[in-house]
Design a binder for this molecule. Sequence first.
Ligand code: ADP
Ligand code: MG
Length: 396
Amino acid sequence: MIQPGAMLGILGGGQLGRMFVMAAQSMGYAVTVLDPAQDSPAGRTADRHLCADYLDFAALDELGSTCASVTTEFENVPADTLRYLAKFCPVRPNADCVSIAQDRIEEKQFLIRHGFALAPYLILDGQQSFATAIDPALFPGILKSSRFGYDGKGQKSIDSADELQSALLDRNNSPCVFEKRVPLLREISVILARGRDQQVAFFPIAENRHTNGILDTSIVPANIKNLIAERALKIAEQVAIRLDYVGILCIEFFLLEDDQLLINEIAPRPHNSGHFSLDACITSQFEQQVRVLCDLPLGGTSLMRPAVMVNLLGDLWRENCAPNWRLILNHPNAKLHLYGKQEARPGRKMGHFTVLADSAREALTQAIDIKQALASQDVFDHPAKDEAEASTLVGK
Ligand code: ADP
Ligand code: MG
């Protein structure tokens, strides 16, 4: 086991990296972040920031030779980077797993090959001719770029073969997946940790609500039947086993009306839908990432209290002026997390808050109240009245 005091490495300087850094530091480890940006949420929190490209081999030499073990906070790091680092120290998850998860086409092929159920899809890798008859049952559907898509970016709703054809032309026939839009009863995610010793620990299942393709709210525990929860955990573990995975893995599922459970996609890292674990579980997904990286025993993951997590997107900022945080800070059941990002842009994840309550329903009601109050323009118009207004708006 890698002892506290050691230096750990992480690729990527975003908020997931930042929360990993904080978890590692609170357990006595030091962290080096490799990220090409001068200023990044994790870079400024880390003990050391290597400001370099992911394929800067001098920087990788430095990272690999000074760290006891390396992980990643995002799936788009080049697989070659992970392969290279693996010559120096353990890299978790490994390059093969990350390269599958970073490419929708490879991911779907991998999952189908191993018998997992997915929404009907067609691979469009630029090789086939448009004349190929497209199964009409795939419409209406969603065109998704095979690589570098996130938060609904790189996705387009498509209703007809003509529309599909012109959308592909717009994209210069870059590799895509076209997926049937399935009728969702719910979206859920399973986050698990799998150690080198093949031990698995599951986080409680989250029910996820998206707006414009971006995660908006996670409700835990998910409002699903026990049998479905058990099936989801089994499937998630099977995916981890098939990948021979070591690290934190998130499996996003679509649950349909007829109880069908389809895998949407997988993420080889902690996931936005697991942020509730920072406040509602004994071990957060980030601490668990540290534990897997250092060969420590996996921590307890039971839910201490029902929780609802709400993302704080840049849309809530007005002319780069932050919303009234008192609305969250004054609330006895709410916890605020901000990622230290300087510039607020629409759709940009700036932070999140979590509400804990006796039931998920109660936590959701309170979270929605806070969210609506945050978004209400009035609060910005009368800064002098902030405090009084905040207390009435959230019914403190
Ligand atoms: P991203 O990588 O941006 O998270 P996803 O493939 O997970 O992309 O899509 C984002 C969201 O769009 C999903 O969480 C879901 O709400 C919706 N979505 C994506 N694919 C489908 C589909 N086939 N049917 C219905 N909804 C979908
Ligand atoms: Mg997704």
